[in-house]
Design a protein around this ligand. Sequence first.
Ligand code: NAP
Length: 290
Amino acid sequence: MILVSGKEVSSRVQDEIAIEVEKLKANGGKIPHLAAVLVGEDGASRTYVNAKVKACERVGFGSTLVKLDSDISEADLLAEIDKLNNDNDIDGFIVQLPLPKHINEQKVTEAIAPEKDVDGFHPVSLGKMVLDLPSFLPATPAGIIEMLRHYNIPTEGKHCVVIGRSHIVGSPMSILMARNTYPGNCTVTLTHSRTRNLTEICASADILIVAIGKPEFVTADMVKEGATVIDVGIHRIEDSSKKSGFRLLGDVKFDEVAPKCAFISPVPGGVGPMTIASLLKNTLLAVRLK
Ligand code: NAP
C-alpha cells in the first residue's frame, strides 16, 4: 500500500510556486495577491482560512483576510465582494463556505468576478471546465487530479466511482475523471444518497473518491483489493485527550481499508493540503491571465 501524501505533494507545488513568485519579482512583475472573506466565527472555517493565508505567506503572495460579522446582511456582503472585484491589487479571492443561513451562497458565488474566481465555483469556471477550456478548476477536485498525477496512478480505462455529487467536490470530480486526458479517461459512476447497491458499486471501483461527509462511512467490504481510495471527508471529532480538543477523521475507515489498497490518501495530510495548493495555483493563473 502506498500512502498518497497530499502534504508532500502540496509542499512540492508550493515550492514551485515560490520559485515563480521570485521570478515575477526579479522581472518587476505583479506579486500575486489572494484575499479570503470569512463570515462569522466558525472554528473549522477560521482554521481553513488561516491555513490559506499562511500558505500565501510561504510562497511570497500578498494576502488579505476580510473578517465579517455573522449577522452581516446579504447586501452588505455583496458590497464587500464588489469592492474586491474592483480592487486592482487583488488577483483572486475566495468566500469561505458555509455562509450563515440568511445568506444565499449561490448568489454570493455568482457575484464573484469570474476572472478572480480562484475557488473555481462560479458558473463560468464550471462551464469552461466542462468544455475543456482553460479555466480555474475547483480547488479540491483539481488537487486530487494533481495527487493522482504525482503518484502516476493509472486512470485510463479504469472504473472510477465518486461518492457524493456536491457542486464543489463530487460533480466536478466526476467530470474531470472522465476527461480525455491524464489523469482521466475513466469510466465514471457518480453516486449519491438515492443510489442503490452502493456497496457493490464501490466494490467494483478501481478508483474510489469519497466525498460523502459522513465520518468513516466507507468500510473494507466496499473496497476492491488493489483499489486507489481518495478520502475527501474531514470531520472534527471531540477528543479530550488531544491538546486541540478534537481529532480529525475522514469519510473512510482508514485502518481497515488501507491494507486492501494499492494507494490511499490519509486524513489529515491527504486532500486538505492539496486544496490549498490548487488555490495558490489558481491565483498564479489569475495573474497570468490578466
Ligand atoms: P455535501 O455537499 O454534504 O455532499 C455530500 C454528498 O454525499 C451528497 O451528494 C449526498 O447525496 C451524498 N450522500 C449522502 N449520504 C449518502 C449515502 N448514504 N450514500 C451515498 N451518497 C450519500 O458534501 P461536500 O461539500 O462535497 O463535502 C464532502 C466531505 O468533504 C465533507 O466531509 C467536507 O467537509 C469535505 N471537504 C473537504 C475538503 C478538503 O479540502 N479536504 C473540501 C471540501 C469538502 P445527495 O446529493 O443525494 O444529498
